[in-house]
Design a protein around this ligand. Sequence first.
Ligand code: OFO
Length: 169
Amino acid sequence: MLSKKIEAALNEQIKVEAESSQVYLSMACWAEVQGFEGVAQFMYAHSDEERMHMLKLVKFVNERGGHAKISQLDAPPLEFGSFKEVFQTLFEHEVFVSKSINDLVHITLEERDYATHNFLQWYVSEQIEEEALARNILDKINLIGDDKSGFYLFDNDIKQLIVADTPPA
Ligand code: OFO
């Protein structure tokens, strides 16, 4: 059974994951209308992943005697100045999510809720991977600089990352 404090904290995280999904969906739209097919695919897949993170929390809250709350969300930005800005924002967003997960883990220890603590370890590992992936992509973009053909190749290459990042069904 979840304490009220843990239930509220998990519900906050549900909102964070839902917002992440929306931000990446908006990035997918931006990339798609600019003609960057690979980046759009990557962002659509990433948005789906965040929705899966949200649903996993929703199910956990409901199964542990709480009530998952579906909140109103702020609209994400419509425009992003550049590839670099998109991936810089993605990286910073993932760092923010990691902090949010860490705070949540901290609360579970304070409350001595070891079941929720255990459940959250999956998110801790996931965030390590997501931060590393975002940093890796950002490094590549910095290497490309202003080279247009470099961007074309990057847009193609990023499709491989989607395949590598998708967990087996
Ligand atoms: Fe990428 O954030 Fe979910 O956990």
